[in-house]
Design a binder for this molecule. Structure first.
Ligand SMILES: Nc1ncnc2c1ncn2[C@@H]1O[C@H](COP(=O)(O)OP(=O)(O)O)[C@@H](O)[C@H]1O
Ligand SMILES: [Mg+2]
Length: 328
């Protein structure tokens, strides 16, 4: 089996586009949920995709898990176009390598099955071990995600666990099949604040010790900085800023990233915050739409912003943004 070294690119997407039909009547009656998105995911690294609801984050993840077919663009997995990789290795093998964790850990577990069943099932489907060895593996996995005593946990049912514990089960199920990549779609946003950090730290451990790559989808730019080496900021299907998380979150150049950061509560920050954007609706983006999607809310927007979406500009060592008002 091919082995990929730490920091090698494992998954990349180039100029990804996804349109959804809005109705049947008019031929071009479609909305563009993902618009020309490109990024790389490296082994053992986390890439945070940050943006408000409706920015196309989950659609991107669903394309990567083949729930949706992309409208245009290219996906490269382990150096090969994804369709070819799947043709050669099979859908099941790709599904094993790219696992998903969802926002609602209760919804993703089956209430009629024990925790044991949830972890044993993927081990059987993907033939990870002989039947006789499965119990030992299940217990090891539960220990690995901090659910001990494992035997006791295995006998329980989803409703007997807390939200944080259920999310740990979902993580154990994902790592049971030894994946290369985990797509984590808002994995902590439904959990109590008190257990969120524990889940992020568990994912950090899996990344650092086991070399699993994470695409971490969130609307919370503060956790992106905490967990992910790289951050991409999305607005209405567009990538507006991306690069090293430190740089993107400490020196955001795009007015939308600045807005997201201004919403992060910070100890000691005084009084009233500067107004960073106009109130406004999120535009419905169509293939024929032009300009910067943030222009309707942007305090800096000019005619140019309404007419064209700017090229990417390098604003730091590994830091890019698309804004006409960056002068470099
Ligand atoms: N299956 C679908 N059919 C039609 N529109 C969809 C579908 N899935 C998502 N969308 C639309 O695509 C946009 C992006 O949605 P989504 O990817 O879920 O955003 P996010 O995860 O960032 O909140 C939204 O406007 C949403 O309504
Ligand atoms: Mg979503």
């Amino acid at each position: 089996m091919e082995s990929i070294k730490k920091n090698e690119v494992i998954l990349s997407i180039n100029h990804l586009v996804k349109d959804f039909p809005l109705g049947q009547s008019v031929k071009d009656n479609v909305m563009r949920a993902v618009n020309d998105v490109s990024f790389e995911l490296r082994k053992g690294e986390a890439l945070a995709i940050v943006g408000e609801s409706g920015s196309g984050k989950s659609t991107g993840a669903r394309i990567l898990t083949r729930i949706y077919q992309e409208t245009a663009g290219e996906i490269i997995f382990k150096g090969e176009p994804l369709a070819e990789y799947i043709k050669e290795n099979g859908e099941l093998e790709y599904a094993r390598q790219v696992q998903m964790i969802f926002q609602d850990p209760f919804g993703s577990l089956n209430p009629v099955h024990s925790i044991y069943h949830h972890i044993a099932r993927p081990l059987l489907i993907h033939k990870r071990a002989d039947k006789a060895h499965i119990p030992k593996l299940v217990f090891e996995l539960l220990e690995m995600v901090g659910l001990s005593p494992a035997k006791e946990t295995a006998e329980k049912y989803p409703h007997e666990l807390s939200g944080g514990q259920r999310q740990r089960v979902a993580i154990a199920r994902a790592i049971a099949v030894d994946p290369e990549v985990i797509l984590a779609d808002e994995p902590i946003s439904m959990l109590d604040v008190s257990v969120r950090l524990g889940i992020l730290n568990l994912m950090s451990d899996l990344k650092d010790k086991h070399g699993i790559s994470f695409m971490y989808i969130t609307h919370d730019i503060a956790t992106a900085r905490y967990f992910a080496e790289k951050t991409a900021v999305m607005y209405v299907g567009h990538m507006v800023e991306w690069g090293d998380s430190d740089s993107v979150t400490q020196n955001p150049e795009h007015p939308y990233s600045q807005l997201l950061l201004s919403a992060v509560p910070e100890v000691g920050r005084a009084g009233k915050r500067e107004l960073l954007a106009k109130k406004g609706d999120i535009p419905l983006w169509k293939p024929s739409s032009v300009g910067c999607p943030f222009a309707p809310r942007c305090l800096k927007a000019t005619e140019q912003c309404r007419l064209s979406f700017p090229e990417a500009r390098k604003v730091g060592t590994n830091h890019f943004a698309r804004c006409h008002h960056i002068n470099r």
